[in-house]
Write a protein that binds this ligand. Structure first.
Ligand SMILES: Cc1cc2nc3c(=O)[nH]c(=O)nc-3n(C[C@H](O)[C@H](O)[C@H](O)COP(=O)(O)OP(=O)(O)OC[C@H]3O[C@@H](n4cnc5c(N)ncnc54)[C@H](O)[C@@H]3O)c2cc1C
Length: 398
């Protein structure tokens, strides 16, 4: 039987749930269709910079994310071989002073749960699980999603928030052509008691080396260290966040790195690995009554830590457009016009950081010092990040 909602969202990830909550807060009826049988996020961390936390506070989630997140003092760069340390930027009080909101490290599951609880408080039946969307049709008045179960749901507008392998994007625009970047990423969590003594728990750290980099930061109130290692490697091309690898293989990829990195790898509970693919920018995200948000329309490499933040910004700004310009075509046009250039700039910035983090000049300490002086000098860092952190999705022109 066809249900008729004002807005249907396909995908209950961070982007889809942010959009749903923002729509509810703007008084618009919404239903989220999620393929999974239960809502659970990956066991991994996510960094949410001030431009993302600004939105979460506007949604009334400040106290909840403060309860589960970690506000680190700053970010540091360390050299892969010697462990030499340079300050990248101050966060903590500085982020609040400068941008009005904190830079937070969160466990993805914790952030997801905060969004989910707020949605369920406001509309207990807003999320339908076990609804894998397999097709979309539209006419002058409605759009209809078809699910694997044979059920259908109609709405005035449909939002594809179904991630990097988006079915909705494929329905609208055909298959995409992702390109393997030559980089494989490892991730895992380390319980606080197993974190090697040389690792600081009050900062986020980027280890940089020729052909690879490592990122770690605390999550879940400091109970866990999120650990990610990226390496140029050509022999693994599976784009999945749920494939497990072995600790030996992980250790082998970072053999010769500083003892703290090697010790972290030995302490990772379960290592997962995935291949990083890049996608060219899309000329449009919208067709008729259907639009896309988050990774579905601008998946990016993780080197700028902005993929989830961009999905959060998209969700809030799209809800504002639908509230301001009514639930229809004009709102979708305004949304895309306001968001596309910024999201694509973040895609390009992430790819640039991949080259920056893996530069051959980092091979030895002398080359590294010159490189750090050049690339991570305060003004240059500001240029790369200021435009991201100062943006306000709750007030940007629409
Ligand atoms: C290692 C790593 C580290 C990262 N670190 C950061 C970071 O620090 N900061 C940051 O901002 N970003 C980070 N990102 C990026 C961020 O994780 C993504 O950009 C973000 O999760 C995108 O959210 P989304 O809601 O668009 O998609 P997703 O999180 O992928 O959610 C999509 C949802 O849609 C559902 N779905 C898919 N297909 C269907 C279908 N056909 N029918 C119904 N439901 C469907 C899925 O089950 C899922 O629940 C990182 C990414 C990686 C890989």
């Amino acid at each position: 039987m066809a249900a008729s909602e004002q807005v249907a969202i396909v995908g209950g990830g961070i982007g889809g749930l942010t959009a749903a909550l923002a729509l509810i807060r703007h008084g618009i009826d919404v239903t989220v269709y999620e393929q999974a049988p239960e809502l659970r996020e990956l066991g991994a961390g996510v960094q949410i910079s001030a431009n993302g936390t600004r939105v979460l506070y506007a949604l009334g989630l400040g106290p909840e994310i403060e309860r589960v997140g970690v506000i680190v003092a700053g970010k540091e760069i360390r050299l892969w071989s010697t462990g030499q340390t340079w300050k990248l930027f101050d966060l903590g009080a500085v982020s609040v002073e400068r941008y009005g909101f904190p830079y937070m490290m969160l466990h993805r599951g914790d952030l997801h749960a905060v969004l989910l609880n707020a949605i369920r408080d406001a509309k207990p039946d807003a999320i339908r699980l076990n609804h894998k969307c397999v097709g979309v049709t539209q006419d002058a008045k409605t759009v209809t999603a078809e699910f694997e179960t044979g059920e259908r749901a109609s709405a005035a507008i449909l939002i594809g928030a179904d991630g990097v392998q988006s079915r909705i994007r494929a329905e609208l625009f055909g298959a995409d052509r992702p390109e393997f970047t030559g980089i494989v990423a490892w991730r895992g969590l380390i319980p606080r008691a197993q974190v090697p003594a040389g690792i600081k728990l009050d900062v986020g750290t980027n280890w940089v080396g020729p052909g690879g980099h490592v990122v770690h930061y605390p999550v879940r109130g400091g109970e866990l260290l999120n650990f990610v290692g990226l390496l140029e490697r050509d022999d693994w091309r599976v784009e999945s966040w749920t494939v497990q690898g072995s600790k030996d293989e992980f250790a082998n990829d970072f053999r010769g790195w500083h003892a703290d990195v090697e010790a972290c790898i030995r302490s990772v509970e379960v290592p997962y690995k995935w291949a990083l693919f890049a996608r060219p920018p899309m000329p449009t995200w919208t067709k008729g009554r259907v639009t896309l948000l988050g990774d579905a329309c601008h998946a990016m490499l993780p080197m700028l830590a902005q993929g989830a933040v961009m999905a959060i910004e998209d969700g809030y700004l799209l809800a504002r457009c639908l509230a301001e310009y009514r639930v229809g075509h004009e709102a979708l046009r305004r949304y895309q016009a306001a968001r596309r250039e910024r999201a694509n700039r973040a895609v390009a910035g992430s790819a640039e950081n991949a080259r920056r983090f893996h530069n051959p000049d980092l091979a030895d300490a002398k080359g590294a010092q010159a490189y750090i002086d050049r690339e991570w000098q305060e003004e240059r860092v500001k240029q790369r990040y200021e435009w991201l952190f100062t943006y306000d999705a709750t007030a940007a022109p629409i």
